[in-house]
Design a protein around this ligand. Structure first.
Ligand SMILES: Nc1ncnc2c1ncn2[C@@H]1O[C@H](COP(=O)(O)OP(=O)(O)O)[C@@H](O)[C@H]1O
Ligand SMILES: [Mg+2]
Length: 228
């Protein structure tokens, strides 16, 4: 192992409960871990175990009840909503199971969207072209999402997640809605991105094959984390 990379994200004794009617779920139960820059972290575990909650808290979409959450050296567990929005826009790239592309925008516009939200689309437009080329979809820039296959849509979502050079890319079951061949392609694209861009991935998956990709393997059940 070469010299240690800086910390990309950290949970310190993070807990989160949900109350829904009379049902009380412990989604995160005293969870601590540390991710370094360039790590490919996989998160496995049964449905309802707390995987999505972990990603949402890490990405500033949800707040913990207690404990500390850091992204790079920023303590995000104390940020207000407005600051969390800024964190998501600047530091986080999201990839979802159902792609979540904007149907009325072209492929190029979808990839450009994070830059628009950050107010620096001019400076980043070269990066849009570079990333569309990288994911093999430069020729589809003027197409709309509905004209693409699922695998292609997820490649667009990958480019969108990278375009603003986030410090963390969070992927919630990114291959969960793809057939096995396209799932494989997305996984190897993610592995290439992680190497070529020194990107830091946290990927939730149900697929043990996909989980083998990780150099850091987390498992969460009943809100309790174990590290493999
Ligand atoms: N918004 C919510 N309201 C109420 N309960 C929730 C909410 N989100 C998650 N939970 C509960 O928290 C637990 C963990 O859920 P989740 O993080 O979505 O698990 P996973 O992604 O591993 O399937 C489950 O018991 C789930 O029902
Ligand atoms: Mg989930």
């Amino acid at each position: 192992m070469e010299k240690e990379e800086p910390i990309a994200a950290r949970f310190v004794n993070v807990s989160k409960k949900y109350n829904s009617g009379s049902v009380r779920s412990v989604a995160l139960d005293d969870v601590s871990f540390e991710i370094r820059r360039g790590d490919f972290t996989t998160v496995m575990g049964p449905s309802g175990g707390g995987k999505t909650t972990l990603l949402n808290v890490l990405g500033g979409l949800d707040k913990p009840d207690s404990g500390e959450v850091y992204v790079s050296d920023k303590k995000i567990s104390e940020l207000q909503d407005k600051e969390l929005t800024q964190l998501r826009r600047e530091d986080i790239g999201f990839v979802f199971q159902f792609f979540n592309l904007m149907p009325t925008m072209t492929v190029r516009e979808n990839v450009e969207l994070p830059l628009l939200l950050n107010g620096n689309s001019k400076a980043g437009s070269e990066n849009v072209v570079k990333l569309l080329d990288y994911v093999g979809l430069l020729h589809r820039g003027e197409s709309f999402p509905a004209e693409l296959s699922g695998g292609e849509m997820q490649r667009v979502a990958m480019a969108r997640a990278l375009v603003h050079k986030p410090s963390l890319i969070l992927a919630d079951e990114p291959t969960g809605n793809l057939d096995s061949e396209n799932g494989e392609k997305i996984l190897s694209l993610m592995r290439n991105i992680s190497q070529d861009f020194k990107a830091t991935f946290v990927m939730v998956t149900h697929n043990p094959e996909a989980a083998r990709f990780g150099n850091l393997k987390l498992e969460i059940r009943d809100g309790k984390l174990t590290q493999h």
